[in-house]
Design a protein around this ligand. Structure first.
Ligand SMILES: [Cu+2]
Length: 66
């Protein structure tokens, strides 16, 4: 599992947006977004481009933490 910090989520709608964005990235699966912790975890079905993950999150209107 990979974990990325997601900043800017405030409600369940944000969770859905981030989940949807991550699911659209190739080889990302089993996405789980934790609103309270401000984190998203996912499994990899193959090589996952982390830049694509970051772009998906920022394109959805959120920030990726370090
Ligand atoms: Cu929200």
């Amino acid at each position: 599992m990979k974990t990325v910090q997601v900043k800017g989520m405030s409600c369940q709608h944000c969770v859905m947006s981030v989940t949807k964005a991550l699911n659209a990235v190739p080889n990302v699966k089993d996405v789980n977004v934790d609103l309270g912790a401000g984190k998203a975890t996912f499994a990899e079905a193959g090589p996952v481009d982390l830049e694509a993950v970051k772009k998906a999150i920022t394109d959805a209107g959120f920030e990726v933490g370090a």
